[in-house]
Design a protein around this ligand. Structure first.
Ligand code: ADP
Ligand code: MG
Length: 602
């Protein structure tokens, strides 16, 4: 039997995972369209879900989110040239987030005539992936795909790239000349050294001001049960990173998210569960963390040297001057980045957490709930929450961020996916919108990428449809973030994904101008001459993007309108909706204890 295309080989590997595939609208070459149709048919026959998205980068975001949510790679199929270039952003984002994803390129070029060109593509992708290759023949495709899938999910998860020459899609080969390879085994589970686990438990026991930081690595590792047990058994405070939210519910009494700065600044022992000391955690450096150098003695005379950072902060202000970090990560190269760790636990978080629990089962211990540390954290949480509540209760119009998010939080179903992006919208939203389940928050992530929202929301909606029909996806985007990918609303409507999109509209990036100020400004010249680049067109009717494609659109300016439209949007599981929420253009975050790290204090 003759068989065209490489795709059956591919689908042996990814089925039944979902696929996000870019639809090459701009290409109207009949041959290409024919090939494209064939690909799609093949994919659908093999049981894969095919989402033809409007924008290539968005297709890549969607495929990577599918990987994070399901643990199996999503694939993104794009054409070469601009197709690949646009996809690189999505691939880099996936790789930075340590999310699995396969990018497949269907080349314009022929395998024999374009070797040099294709090799450049493979090279270009190498920077943003764990594995990048082009099969040398059709027969080699199964092994290359197997390697791409395996590389993507084994070790630290990441993106992979496979370059498929155009003629491979249309060539025919004898079925029996292609050797299919069985799908790889699930990733092997690695455990930490027993002595390191013992030391980590000792360091925790000796802490005066301990803190567990739970990152998205813990979410990816499905470590929620073990980490929760550790937190509850040892009565330890924990702080989730943005996408670590929900590994343990945000409303858990040990969650100190509302006292984040205080917890980071004064913790003397920090255990990092799948979180890197990058910008999200202020690189582990003062002034966000304790300065000082100290040797401390942990049981059985083990000594640990901690990184020294000079600082003018008075030690008397800090009850315990040492700052210890225990890293738990699957990637050895990550251990010790920025801060010299007291202990490194190299292994799968789920397995390592169980190892730690065994230590605490052998010799039960708990951090005193009435300690000074808990008291200080609780006080700070209380005062921070009071400030947010006060801002939220302001009756003045236009609304501020806090008012909007408090009303949204009131109605959010507990099991919904929350996708969030935008500057203030994401930062403030994170502090108010609660997550109760792991892997239910998707945001700008490690790369701080704006524009991911709609692609991620599409991925979450596809996963929800598969697993738990009726589960809602809420995408909360700033107006500027929505602008990156607004045309994906068409994709959402085409597949009738009942996503509720909230555009928090302040007429700008960070801050904008009200309509009157805008008009006044234009008296002095046209927009190119007078409008600051962070301003966007005031009072834009983004909801009409949704109504244009048959979804529901709402334009809201008051808390009552917001409540009503959200109630309607959440009640309607048959249609997507977009709620365009006008807020005070100059609204901002509540006063912060710290400004962002500047060069001078790095
Ligand atoms: P966050 O943004 O939440 O701080 P990061 O993306 O910075 O999280 O860190 C996630 C870390 O989790 C990465 O260093 C990655 O290697 C690690 N990781 C991913 N999966 C696992 C796993 N199964 N076991 C241990 N570590 C993991
Ligand atoms: Mg904005």
């Amino acid at each position: 039997q003759l068989r065209p295309t490489c795709l059956p080989g591919f689908f042996r590997w990814v089925t039944p995972c979902q696929l996000a595939v870019h639809r090459e609208r701009a290409v109207d070459m009949s041959e290409s369209n024919l090939a494209q149709r064939k690909e799609r048919d093949e994919m659908q026959v093999s049981g894969a879900k095919v989402i033809a998205q409007a924008l290539k980068t968005q297709a890549c975001y969607a495929a990577s989110a599918v990987g994070y949510l399901t643990g199996r790679p999503g694939a993104c199929l794009v054409v070469s040239g601009p197709g690949l270039i646009h996809a690189l952003g999505g691939m880099a984002n996936a790789n930075m987030n340590c999310w699995i994803r396969i990018l497949l390129l269907r080349n314009f070029s022929h395998s024999a005539t374009s070797k040099i060109d294709s090799l450049r593509k493979v090279e270009a992708c190498r920077l943003y992936s764990k594995f990048s290759a082009r099969p040398s023949s059709i027969e080699a495709i199964p092994s290359i795909i197997e390697k791409a899938v395996r590389s993507s999910i084994y070790g630290r998860p990441g993106a992979c790239y496979v370059d498929i020459p155009a003629d491979f899609v249309n060539l025919q080969v004898k079925m029996n000349s292609v050797k299919y390879i069985e799908c790889c085994m699930p990733p092997p589970v690695s455990m930490a050294e027993t002595s390191a686990v013992y030391m980590a438990a000792s360091v925790i026991r000796n802490a005066k001001q301990p803190l567990l930081i739970i990152g998205k690595g813990a979410a990816y590792a499905h470590a929620e049960e073990g980490i929760r047990k550790l937190v509850e058994q040892c009565k330890l405070p924990f702080l989730p990173t943005p996408m670590g939210k929900g590994v343990i519910p945000d409303n858990h009494p040990n969650c100190v998210g509302a006292a984040r700065s205080r917890a980071l600044q004064f913790a003397d022992v920090i255990v990092l569960f799948g979180a890197r000391l990058n910008w999200i955690l202020h690189f582990g450096l003062p002034p966000r963390y304790q300065p000082d150098v100290k040797f401390i003695q942990v049981r059985r005379e083990a000594r640990f040297k901690i990184r020294a950072v000079s600082s003018g902060l008075s030690l008397s202000a800090i009850s315990s001057a040492a700052f210890f970090v225990a890293f738990v990560d699957i990637c050895a190269e990550e251990l010790g980045n920025n801060v010299r760790p007291a202990v490194t636990l190299l292994g799968d978080i789920n397995a390592v957490t169980k190892q730690l629990l065994e230590q605490f089962d052998k010799t039960p211990w708990q951090f005193p709930p009435e300690s000074k540390w808990w008291k200080a954290l609780r006080e700070k949480m209380k005062s921070n929450e009071a400030v947010s509540k006060k801002l939220a209760s302001k009756k003045s119009l236009p609304m501020n961020y806090y008012t909007v998010f408090y009303h949204v939080q009131e109605q959010l179903p507990r099991d919904c996916f929350v996708v969030s992006e935008g500057a203030n919208t994401m930062d403030i939203g994170r502090t108010v919108l609660q997550n109760y389940l792991p892997r239910h928050r998707l945001d700008a992530g490690t790369f701080g990428t704006m524009g991911v929202g709609l692609g991620f929301a599409i991925a979450a909606a596809i996963v929800a449809k598969d697993r738990n029909p009726g589960q809602r996806v809420i995408c909360v985007a700033g107006d500027s973030a929505f602008g990156f990918s607004g045309m994906e609303v068409e994709t959402i409507c085409r597949y009738n994904l009942p996503i509720v999109l909230l555009v928090v509209n302040n007429n700008g990036i960070y801050q904008g101008f009200d309509i009157n100020t805008w008009k006044e400004m234009l008296k002095f010249g046209d927009a190119t001459a007078v409008a600051p680049p962070h301003s966007l067109l005031p009072n834009s009717h983004y909801e009409q993007v949704m109504t244009a494609f048959g979804g529901k659109g709402y334009f809201v300016q008051t808390p009552e309108e917001l409540q009503k439209s959200l109630r309607q949007g959440l009640a309607d599981t048959t249609k997507p909706s977009l709620i365009n929420i006008l807020i005070e253009p100059q609204a901002a975050r509540k006063p912060q204890d710290f400004h962002w790290l500047t060069r001078s204090n790095l």
